[in-house]
Design a protein around this ligand. Structure first.
Ligand code: ARG
Ligand code: GLU
Length: 716
């Protein structure tokens, strides 16, 4: 007994974990979280984090591109995010001659900063709760899908009114599964330039092997800069633009982290589903995850081999491979974690308690909720599987996915009467995008994907869902998939940029036969037809049904537990998570520290494995221990873990200390905690942050880009 107590005490002392569960809305921090946050160590007020009338931390947080977060770290619009968030920008500026992926990129002067067409950075100007307004306008008893349509219509009008006469945009988003509504007013900058990126041997160190894992040694950061017009407002790219003067920028702290320290993460988490029923969890565990993992394992086997064959393919497939591999690995960790947590059983007993409550409280409207879920998911599962195989396997072949993008052009040509101007514009649009597509496309690799994915589809998907055209063509090629692939890629006009140019230059509807008869186009169309003819109707209906049940179940759970603080699921809107710096026990008998150092980089170094190569210059700095003010105790900190609740989209988010100073950049979660999108385990869910001192060290000592250090406000 005594021994047991000692162990318990030891665990409590070594990991004083603040349960970091929750992704909170900045506008409610004052009301819901401030006291709790301060009791856990926060020294600033909720107003310092979010305020509409005064500058606050929210003014230094941006939605970076489509799906990452970035933070402003200087008065000149310098933006810090992850290397993997800037990866496709770094890749698109790279070539075999100027290999920024391999060698890194540093702008030693403002003139060298590189324009990134299409890249945006979006600030949140204000957030408003419009739930009451919205609900008041919704007809009583209206149900999905009509309810969704009505909301869309009402939202459009409110959004328009909210930004009338400004350069802002607005968006109203549903929260708590469509029970509440919030308006976001945003300011989007369109001239965002690349400023610095370490080589992949720092920024992607450990690669896919270490991805989603702790202990971690990835220097996962990249720097950009927001440019604005003369009036400091968003402007299209122009040489005349100047660095944006932000309303707030984060001071950077080199004081470091100690276990137990308060931390918060401010960013744009993408999607979580914390309140779903057991039937949804088992669908993920038994249908979606296994199918997607299996398909991607095979795609990655082919792509990885191609990338190892030489620099050209390595660069062409780098960004695509990283995206495919990232979710592939996460699903595996998620499935493992859900099983270990017994999430299905826990949810089932919650559902029983819920049903008992509903019966006792006489809530007849909830009597069939759980059984409705069961029957809906039973019908949903086979459709989901085929849908996943169409998306992941069939459209995992790039030629097939690319050919599908010609559908609009084909439809315009088949319209009666034909709008020749629209045809011409659409052909021009496709032609403009062709260069980018074929730049990263390798016919040999894609043929292998075709052979493998088509066989997998035929083997794993019910015969009633096999496209007739696929079967016909296979027979024509004497059941030889390789021969089939060779004829398909040779005959199709869509398999290389020269043929595409030939097809599309001066395109009018009179030339449409060529497209409509193209074998890749027909094949893509026949897979799409499986979806449209055999899946869509029921799939959409069932999705709508699930959404309706989710809305009702969410409201019911809130009704059942009026004192419980429910946080809304992530939906790519601005949130604050808070927790503390803390190691964890990943498994019986194993304890992980809260931080890593450069020693671990050198331990992992392996010149024979690309993922674990260490740049020569870093080795030299290590030898001389030339860490400057960034080192501590004779070594250099690299990353740390804390108990903040984060998800995809939080990548690049500022990690702040009790004073609201920047101590790191969020970039990942730990393997044992990847199920936190569905089930958060305070014992094992940790977010991984890059220690800002390693970032500064790489900029300053490794790259010698001291002009960037000088524009930051560094606090010691
Ligand atoms: N797992 C991290 C995230 O979800 C990092 C991904 C990038 N790294 C990689 N090896 N693919 O985005
Ligand atoms: N790497 C993820 C991202 O791109 C963050 C890790 C996570 O999913 O928590 O957002």
């Amino acid at each position: 007994m005594k021994k047991y107590l000692l162990i318990v005490l030891f665990v409590i002392i070594s990991f004083p974990v603040i349960s970091g569960e929750g992704m909170w809305l900045p506008i409610f921090l004052k009301q819901l979280n401030e006291a709790d946050m301060q009791s856990k160590g926060m020294k600033v007020s909720a107003d310092a984090i979010y305020s509409v009338n005064n500058s606050s931390m929210k003014d230094a947080v941006v939605l970076f591109g489509g799906g990452c977060t970035g933070e402003i770290i200087s008065e000149q619009g310098l933006l810090l995010t992850n290397h993997h968030c800037g990866f496709s920008q770094i890749q698109s500026h790279s070539s075999v001659e100027k290999d920024y992926l391999k060698n890194g990129f540093w702008a030693y002067s403002a003139e060298e900063e590189l324009a990134c067409p299409g890249l945006t950075a979006t600030f949140i100007i204000r957030i408003e709760d419009v739930t009451q307004k919205m609900l008041a306008l919704l007809p009583a008893g209206i149900m999905e899908p009509e309810r969704d349509l009505k909301i869309k219509e009402l939202a459009a009008a409110m959004e328009k009114a909210a930004v009338e006469g400004t350069h802002y945009t607005a968006s109203i988003r549903p929260f708590y599964n469509g029970n509440q509504f919030y308006l976001f007013v945003m300011e989007t900058f369109k001239d965002v330039r690349m400023v610095g990126a370490p080589p992949s041997s720092i920024g992607k160190f450990g690669g896919d092997t270490d991805n989603w894992m702790w202990p971690r040694h990835t220097g996962d950061f990249a720097l950009f800069r927001i440019y604005a017009g003369a009036d400091n407002k968003p402007a299209e790219y122009s040489k005349e633009n100047k660095p944006f003067k932000p309303r707030h920028s984060f001071p950077v702290s080199v004081k470091g982290v100690q276990p137990g320290d308060f931390t918060m993460v401010y960013g744009f988490p993408g999607r979580t589903t914390q309140y779903i029923p057991s039937a949804a969890v088992s669908t993920t565990l038994e249908v979606a995850n296994p199918a997607r993992i299996k398909i991607r394992t095979e795609r990655l086997r082919i792509i990885d081999a191609a990338m190892r064959s030489g620099d050209k393919l390595r660069i062409q497939y780098a960004a695509k491979q990283a995206t495919i591999a990232n979710a592939w690995k996460k699903w595996q960790g998620e499935s493992k974690g859900l099983k270990r947590m017994n999430t299905i059983a826990t949810k089932k007993s919650e559902e029983e308690a819920f049903q008992k409550w509903a019966a006792d409280a006489g809530k007849a409207e909830y009597a069939n909720l759980i059984s409705d879920y069961e029957t809906t998911y039973a019908q949903y599962r086979p459709l989901l599987k085929t849908n996943d195989y169409i998306n992941e396997a069939a459209f995992g072949v790039e030629l097939i996915r690319y050919a599908r993008a010609y559908n609009k052009l084909a439809m315009l040509c088949e319209a009666n009467p034909v709008d020749e101007k629209a045809v011409k514009d659409e052909a021009a649009r496709i032609l403009a995008g062709a260069k980018g597509f074929f730049r990263d496309f390798d016919e040999g690799t894609d043929k292998q994907l075709f052979v493998s994915m088509m066989q997998m589809y035929m083997n794993d998907v019910d015969a009633s869902m096999h496209p007739a055209y696929l079967k016909e063509q296979l027979a024509k090629n004497k059941n030889n998939w390789i021969a089939f692939a060779n004829t398909l890629y040779a005959k199709s006009m869509l398999s290389d940029s020269i043929k595409v140019r030939t097809l599309l230059s001066g395109f009018t509807s009179s030339k449409s036969k060529k497209l409509l008869k193209d074998p890749a186009f027909i094949l893509a169309k026949s897979f799409a037809a499986i979806y449209l003819d055999k899946i869509e109707t029921d799939f959409v209906k069932l999705n709508t049904k699930i959404n309706t049940l989710n809305r009702i179940y969410m409201a019911a759970q809130m009704e059942m537990k009026p004192a419980h603080m429910f946080y809304p699921d992530a939906n790519s809107t601005l949130r604050v998570a808070y927790g503390n710096v803390s190691g964890y026990e990943p498994a019986d008998g194993v304890t992980y520290d809260h931080f890593t150092t450069i020693e671990g980089i050198m331990e992992k170094e392996d010149a024979s494995i690309e993922e674990f190569e260490v740049p020569q210059r870093l080795k030299e700095l290590y030898k001389t221990k030339d860490y400057g003010v960034y080192g501590v105790n004779g070594t250099l900190p690299v990353a740390f873990v804390a108990s903040n609740h984060t998800t995809g989209g939080n990548s690049g988010s500022p990690v702040l200390n009790a004073n609201g100073e920047l101590i790191g950049t969020n970039f990942d979660r730990v393997w044992e905690g990847t199920m936190s999108d569905i089930d958060f385990d305070p014992e094992r869910c940790r977010n991984i942050s890059l220690d800002i001192r390693y970032t500064l060290f790489v900029i300053d000592k490794y790259a010698g880009c001291s002009r960037l250090i000088q524009e930051m406000k560094i606090v010691n």
